[in-house]
Design a protein around this ligand. Structure first.
Ligand code: AMP
Length: 224
């Protein structure tokens, strides 16, 4: 079976993480989320975390030179040999070009850039309703997945908070940043024939089915 090198595109809150989890199970691929890598670095207060924190709290992008090296090194790891799912990278044309060049150097290419599309109003509703337990890290949603008792975690009763980058003003800013950077990226992958659009307002299972069907078609095309 050919390798499966996927990029997930879409606004924050589009459900990329949820879909990635399902694709990992389907295809046993490593999932590389720059947001997760950066948040872990901030928590562990590593050099990377110290450099990234201010940008992240403000909802701005971390500079390209900070993020590109980390991701390209990760893609060279043995577990990425049969493919990978990238979420949150590339975010800029410079990152996309660095990725294209690195893959060519490895004798590889992207299979597809999957764009999960969700309107801004839905994104704001989805993200600003998130609440996270300060202790267990469990994530709730005030409308879609509320805790049994307001502002308390079901697991241990710990306090639920709204993450700084989930506050409505920051989400609006993150969306502005997303649109500003996504448009050139979408054009880039459209021009190279790799873009596949998916309606992200549908139920997670339907979205998953659509992505799987898209991947199956791509694989069939590769064998023709
Ligand atoms: P995410 O969870 O993907 O929305 O990422 C959270 C934050 O991490 C973003 O708001 C950015 O500050 C930073 N970040 C994640 N991925 C990248 C990237 N590829 N380039 C620059 N900054 C990033």
């Amino acid at each position: 079976m050919s390798e499966l090198n996927l990029i997930l595109l879409g606004p924050p809150g589009a459900g990329k993480g949820t879909q990635a989890q399902r694709l990992i199970e389907d295809f046993q691929l490593p999932y590389i989320s720059t947001g997760d890598i950066l948040r872990a670095a901030v928590t562990e207060q590593t050099e990377l975390g110290k450099k990234a924190k201010g940008f992240m709290d403000a909802g701005d992008l971390v500079p390209d030179d900070v993020i590109i090296g980390i991701i390209l090194e990760r893609l060279a790891d043995p577990d990425c040999r049969d493919g990978f799912i990238l979420d949150g990278f590339p975010r800029t044309i410079a990152q996309a070009e660095a990725l294209d060049t690195a893959l060519v150097d490895f004798g590889r290419h992207l299979t597809a850039a999957i764009l999960i599309e969700v309107p801004d109003e839905d994104v704001i509703k989805r993200i600003s309703g998130r609440r996270v337990s300060v202790k267990t890290g469990r994530v709730y949603h005030v409308d879609f997945d509320p805790p049994k008792h307001e502002d308390r975690c079901d697991v241990d009763g710990s306090r639920l908070i709204q993450r700084d980058d989930d506050k409505p003003e920051t989400v609006k800013h993150r969306l502005e940043v997303y649109h500003q950077h996504a448009e050139p990226l979408i054009n880039h992958y459209e021009a190279t024939g790799l873009l596949r659009r998916i309606d992200g307002t549908r139920a997670p299972t339907e979205i998953h089915d659509h992505i799987r069907a898209t991947i199956a078609t791509l694989r069939l095309e590769e064998t023709l």
